[in-house]
Design a protein around this ligand. Structure first.
Ligand code: ZN
Length: 127
């Protein structure tokens, strides 16, 4: 079931609720703290960084991180699936190139070397 983040407009309490799509359509969610229905959905900005490898691994419930490290093609496929899941509009331009390179079998380390701007913090790649 998808999890949605909400903020209560009455008491400013932030909370997460897992809702089925039909429940979400009916807006039956209330603040767990003050029971107010005056809540708003919090949309989180999605940003792809090197740290996302951990999140990708957790998305693939049964596969483990070392398998991902040893198999760039699997990582590339998962990133492509993730892109389909969250929609393409929030992703940086490099994303497609990274996925292409992974699916050709390049290691994440090689890709980071070739694309030093990846993750928006090029300084951290310097030794
Ligand atoms: Zn509240």
């Amino acid at each position: 079931m998808p999890v949605y983040d909400f903020r209560c407009l009455e008491c400013h309490h932030n909370f997460a609720v897992s809702l089925s799509y039909s429940e979400y359509d009916h807006h039956e969610t209330a603040c767990p703290q003050c029971q107010s229905r005056r809540i708003e959905r919090i949309i989180r900005k999605v940003r792809i960084t090197r740290g996302d490898r951990g999140r990708l691994a957790s998305m693939a419930e049964d596969s483990n991180l070392s398998a991902l490290d040893n198999d760039p093609r699997t990582l590339g496929r998962m990133m492509r699936e993730m892109k389909n899941e969250i929609g393409a509009n929030d992703l940086p331009g490099e994303f497609d190139e990274v996925v292409d390179r992974l699916e050709k079998g390049q290691s994440p380390e090689d890709i980071e070397r070739d694309l030093p701007d990846l993750g928006g913090d090029p300084g951290s790649l310097e030794p």
